[in-house]
Design a protein around this ligand. Sequence first.
Ligand SMILES: [Zn+2]
Length: 113
Amino acid sequence: MSQSLLYHAFGVREGYEYRETLYEGGGVRFVLAVRPDWIKCPACGSQEINRKGRRFRELQTVPIGLKPVFLVTEVPKCQCAACGKRFEVSPPLPRRMSPTHAGSKRSSMTCAA
Ligand SMILES: [Zn+2]
């Protein structure tokens, strides 16, 4: 699995870097982390940031064969060391993805590729 495959197959663009692939429950999850250079204070622009934890977003994307594929993206929770503002960092994901709906097996995201 390469970064460029993520870019081209799933439309992931700048802002994320590939971390790992998880195979669970018959599906595939590509775990992405926010690139460090994308983490800066939205209030003052400082890049002196303290990490305060994280959460994850999970989005279903185009399947590989019959396997459902999800992109799991880290959303770092941060606090600016300069001005104290708290914020989360979540670079935009491709438009063709939609949030995962629990229990929904059919997906309009299926494409011919
Ligand atoms: Zn700041």
